[in-house]
Design a protein around this ligand. Sequence first.
Ligand code: ADP
Ligand code: ADP
Length: 234
Amino acid sequence: SEGIRIEGLRKRYGEGDTAVDALKHVDMEVAPGEVVGLIGPSGSGKSTLLKSLGAVIDPTAGRMTLGGTVIYDDGWKVTDLRALRRDKIGFVFQAPYLIPFLDVVDNVALLPMLAGHSNAESRERALDLLTALDVHHRAAAMPSQLSGGEQQRVAIARGLINRPPVILADEPTAPLDSERAMAVMRILHEMAKKYQTAIIIVTHDEKIIPTFKRIYHIRDGVTSEEAGEGRPIS
Ligand code: ADP
Ligand code: ADP
């Protein structure tokens, strides 16, 4: 794995007079094992950048490499995006899209099962993560029975379970209290170290911003890099 590398990424929506240059110039580098923050005001291009990173939309120009694979070169797709999303990227979205007819443990165990691991091993791995996220007591519950905070923690477990080389998280701690937000950050840092994962976290959360060693700011479609406080997570 070689983390995430983006050079001169641009994204234009539409054409002609109504065209919007959502990303004008994005340079980013996240090493394996590193957790970085992405911060910017509303309309600055954060969602567009996350969608480009997740190969959900195609950028207009630039170069992007994920986990050692070139995804876009001068705006051209050069790989199988479906396989990429399945094997290389863990998504942690703000709204937890859990599968309503599977209980909590199977929502999390589904991805390793689909990847060919046994049901027993997949559930064991899922329970380990649910324990680390302090929701194991809800393992047999259905998603509709969970609080917002519990759903979010289950969604985080699902994003991490396949140990992808890249994790993209959109406001993962927004609905959580301070203690749980820190627990999530601790787990993301542990994942990053243990599995050499490159993690990007889009956030406004003042509770977690001081924990980043490095932060990318995006303003009007242009990124800049800044040192963060890198405060230890207690
Ligand atoms: P953020 O996530 O930081 O709020 P976005 O990436 O959503 O920013 O939006 C960046 C700019 O691109 C904004 O000006 C927004 O209006 C525009 N934009 C976003 N999505 C589209 C779209 N599908 N079509 C046209 N313009 C869009
Ligand atoms: P959290 O801090 O994780 O969001 P809450 O304090 O909101 O947890 O919820 C405490 C308990 O109440 C949880 O076990 C949760 O399952 C239950 N609960 C909260 N909201 C709902 C809801 N809308 N539907 C069913 N159960 C709920």
